[in-house]
Design a protein around this ligand. Structure first.
Ligand code: FES
Length: 121
């Protein structure tokens, strides 16, 4: 399959490649509170972290962030900060997440930066 940027001038081709790289391989994990037993326990699922997964997937799609994958994770061990989200490969950890804070996080991600004010220290 031909890359979409073929036929573009050199400058545009490089820019298109950079955009593709920038948005690739970003993995957003949302705590689903799952434990080894398989049962969800902890704060995050009680604060509707599964709803946040759906919200994130919709927002990622609406924003065209093709290289961003969203997954539900087991307990991320910071339960008192829940709902917790971690973004890899950067390793940015976010706490007390809701839809407004997810919007801020994604706005920052689109600028290739963390949402500093939401990061867990
Ligand atoms: S339940 Fe989410 S961090 Fe433990």
């Amino acid at each position: 399959m031909r890359p979409r940027w073929r036929g573009l001038g050199n400058g545009l081709r490089v820019e298109a490649q950079e955009v593709l790289w920038k948005n690739q391989n970003i993995h957003v994990f949302v705590c689903g509170s799952f434990r080894v037993s398989g049962d969800p326990k902890g704060i995050c699922h009680r604060k509707d972290s599964s709803g946040l997964v759906q919200y994130l997937e919709t927002e990622v799609s609406d924003r065209g962030l093709d290289g961003v994958t969203v997954s539900s994770a087991g307990c991320l061990k910071l339960c008192d900060q829940g709902p917790v989200i971690v973004v890899y490969p950067e390793g940015h950890w976010y706490g007390k997440m809701d839809e407004d804070r997810i919007d801020q996080m994604l706005d920052a991600l689109e600028r290739d930066k963390p949402a500093e004010e939401l990061l867990l220290s």
